[in-house]
Ligand binder design. Structure first.
Ligand code: NCD
Ligand code: ZN
Ligand code: ZN
Length: 430
């Protein structure tokens, strides 16, 4: 089969390393079938799914069940995160044997009420994961600061949208990023800071990188394009963890993308039902919104507008995620002879994002009505069309495979060792 791509651009498919496909547990929000269909429409050829499903992915049994669901329904390739919590530290070897792309550790409140480990348990968790080479991705918000702030505001009866923003000052994230970086420095565990939302978090990230800590960072379209100014019109629609912040944060985030402090773009695709997103009381609105399908058109629009080159975009959307999770260079071993994960895009195609057009089960996006320029026309996963001429290939359902088997993660060494700590760890158990 030949394909006429005159006038189009052939890009590496995007790797969205932060999605919540809700499977199993919340079929009214999303499942692997609908989530990966949305990915295919968005030019995304690999997704990494978060572990806050029901039950959370903290044991080999739960992981095996999720692999089964994903394997049956996925249109694109995927990695599955294992949960690194206080009571799953002992399960790390089992989870690795069962096939995880990395670990997720929640330092702060999230959807699904996952408890956050104490700093002591975090240190232990980092020590256990470090020698495996796997990366630990962090929801870096400090629970104890966050909860105290929000309880106080609720007690005052302040339930307007801006109160929600004010309840979560950036220090909640800055403290968490700094603490995670120090634990990484002392253990050698590779870490990744998810959903960077504020300018202030860039300082501990830059400083850690300068010290040689194996730390990477992502931001998401919501923090680049939305700000507190949008609460008045969008209210609960843009309620997300971490919250979108005052407008002055946007330019430093764009600058951090340009200078490499932020390594990549992910979406934190967090689908909820329309009812769950439009409740009157903003404190009861579920946090997050879909994004896997709209990232590429939105970012390609910035390429068109001259904010970044197409090569810069590919570095953020595909090359860096592949490098950070050891998927590069790679795919031949999954399907010999066909390693092409490709998004064929029309850089001039004008498109308006609309809630009802989304292929996610979630139909409430802050981008409703937004005009974009640049759209994926065809998506190929391992050489096979999964989306062609803006239509999903129906029998591509089940074509998606887990990419954990091709991952290579050499073991890093700690950047700062404390000899007593090393001795304690090496002490044989009697
Ligand atoms: C995510 C979800 O709904 O699972 N929500 C969100 O607001 N980002 C959880 C998360 O990323 O913390
Ligand atoms: Zn999170
Ligand atoms: Zn998330």
């Amino acid at each position: 089969e030949t394909l006429d791509v005159r006038g189009l651009h052939v890009l590496p498919g995007a790797i969205d390393c932060h999605v919540h496909f809700r499977d199993p547990g919340y079929p009214h929000k999303e499942d692997f079938g609908t989530g990966t269909a949305a990915a295919a429409y968005g030019g995304v050829t690999t997704v990494f799914d978060m572990p806050n499903t029901i039950p959370p992915v903290g044991t080999k049994e739960v992981l095996a069940e999720k692999h089964k669901l994903a394997g049956e329904a996925a249109h694109v390739d995927y990695g599955l995160y294992g949960l690194l919590g206080e009571d799953t530290i002992a399960n790390v070897p089992d989870l690795i044997a069962g096939g995880v792309i990395g670990f997720k550790l929640y330092m702060g409140n999230t959807f699904g009420k996952i408890p956050s480990p104490t700093t002591g348990a975090m240190l232990e968790a980092f020590e256990v994961v470090a020698p495996t080479g796997k990366r630990i991705s962090l929801h870096a918000e400090t629970n104890s600061i966050m909860e105290r702030r929000e309880t106080r505001l609720r007690d005052f009866g302040r339930i307007d949208p801006l109160a929600h923003l004010a309840a979560r000052p950036a220090v909640v994230a800055v403290e968490a990023v700094s603490r995670a970086a120090i634990l990484s420095e002392w253990t050698g565990a590779r870490i990744h800071i998810l959903h960077i939302s504020s300018a202030a978090e860039l300082r501990p990230l830059r400083e850690a990188k300068a010290r040689g800590v194996e730390i990477t960072g992502e931001t998401c379209p919501q923090y680049l394009f939305l700000s507190a100014d949008d609460y008045a019109e969008q209210a609960g629609r843009i309620r997300v963890n971490p919250p979108v912040r005052e407008k002055h944060n946007q330019e430093p985030l764009w600058a951090a993308i340009a200078d490499g402090t932020i390594d990549l773009i992910a979406t934190d695709h967090a689908p909820h039902s329309t009812e769950e997103k439009t409740r009157k009381d903003i404190w009861t609105v579920d946090c997050g919104f879909p994004g896997v399908e709209t990232q590429m058109p939105m970012m390609l629009s910035e390429v068109k507008a001259g904010r970044m080159s197409i090569c810069d975009y590919v570095r953020l959307s595909a090359f860096n995620p592949a490098r950070v999770w050891g998927l590069y260079p790679r795919k031949g071993s999954l399907t010999p002879g066909s390693d092409a994960d490709i998004a064929v895009v029309d850089l001039d195609h004008e498109w308006t994002i609309e809630d009802d057009k989304l292929h996610s089960r979630s139909k409430t996006t802050p981008w409703n009505g937004r005009k974009t320029t640049g759209l994926p026309v065809h998506t190929l996963v391992r050489g096979r069309f999964v989306m062609k001429d803006r239509k999903l290939i129906a029998d591509a359902r089940g074509w998606g495979q887990s990419v954990h088997s091709i991952q290579t993660m050499p073991v890093p060494s700690p950047k700062n060792t404390d000899q007593t700590m090393v001795a304690i760890l090496q002490e044989p158990k009697t």
